[in-house]
Ligand binder design. Structure first.
Ligand code: IPE
Ligand code: IPE
Ligand code: MG
Length: 236
């Protein structure tokens, strides 16, 4: 498979993924939802490695939304613990693969121990120059826009352009996603990257996130290659 992958042309520079369907994956097996999250974490690791191996420059994964706090406390804690474990146990792998890890979302609202681990992950991979990995944690697109507006108000400005507005987002220098993948068959954005997705190609698959593997990732990339991006213009 590696050989095929090398021939991939027209790769998206930035792939964003809504990793959905962990709960249903577990339910179908008669297991508690957290089992789905555990498998989902493995699938995320696979996707990160694959993106890094094929040379994708930016990968943004939706791990936990601001709305996900509304789930049972046990489930929330389990998801957050998975993330802490990932950073604690896989930091060496990230460094080895030269992956730069950053988080987007309202970090200041995270419990202190989570924030400490998040910072550890970011600081340790700060000088990496390979895949830029963004994990959206306590993230929502509307919150990001409101946070930007409040930063702008604090400067005392009264008028702003689109380009300038971008400078107040969590990571202004990052190109907008070229491809958004959502698993589990849901056809919605669920408050992810609302500003950035304006001209992103959308790819939806019925596959539940824990079953998403290299083959499924490739299917999404091949589909992307067949798209004609026009950005409101016409083809000449
Ligand atoms: C995605 O899977 C993981 C998170 C939202 C944290 P879900 O937990 O939403 O799984 P479903 O959608 O209930 O199957
Ligand atoms: C989106 O999935 C959030 C993440 C994948 C982290 P949800 O499962 O929370 O979205 P809805 O509730 O189906 O829209
Ligand atoms: Mg879901």
């Amino acid at each position: 498979m590696k050989k095929d992958i090398k021939n991939l042309i027209n790769l998206p520079e930035h792939v964003a993924i809504i990793m959905d369907g962990n709960g249903r994956w577990a339910k179908r097996r008669g297991l508690p939802r957290v089992f789905g999250h555990r498998e989902g974490a493995k699938a995320a690791e696979k996707a990160i490695t694959f993106a890094s191996d094929i040379g994708i420059k930016y990968l943004t994964l939706f791990a936990f939304s601001t709305e996900n706090w509304g789930r049972p406390e046990e489930e929330v804690n389990f998801i957050l613990k998975l993330l802490v474990d990932y950073i604690d146990n896989k930091l060496d792998n990230l460094l080895e693969k030269n992956i730069k890890l950053r988080f987007i979302g309202r970090k200041e609202e995270l419990p202190e121990n989570i924030l400490k681990t998040v910072k550890k992950g970011e600081e340790n991979t700060e000088n990496c120059t390979g895949l830029n990995l963004f994990i959206a944690l306590n993230y929502s697109g509307r919150a990001e826009i409101i946070d930007a507006v409040n930063k702008i108000l604090a400067t005392g400005r009264e008028k702003i352009t689109e380009e300038d507005f971008r400078n107040y987002l969590y990571y202004p220098g990052v190109p907008d996603p070229d491809l958004l993948i959502r698993t589990s068959g849901e056809l919605r954005i669920s408050n992810f990257l609302l500003w950035q997705l304006a001209y992103t190609e959308l790819y939806f698959t019925e596959v539940l996130w824990p079953d998403f593997n290299e083959e499924e990732f490739l299917k999404a990339l091949y589909d992307y290659q067949s798209r004609e991006r026009r950005f409101g213009r016409i083809k000449i």
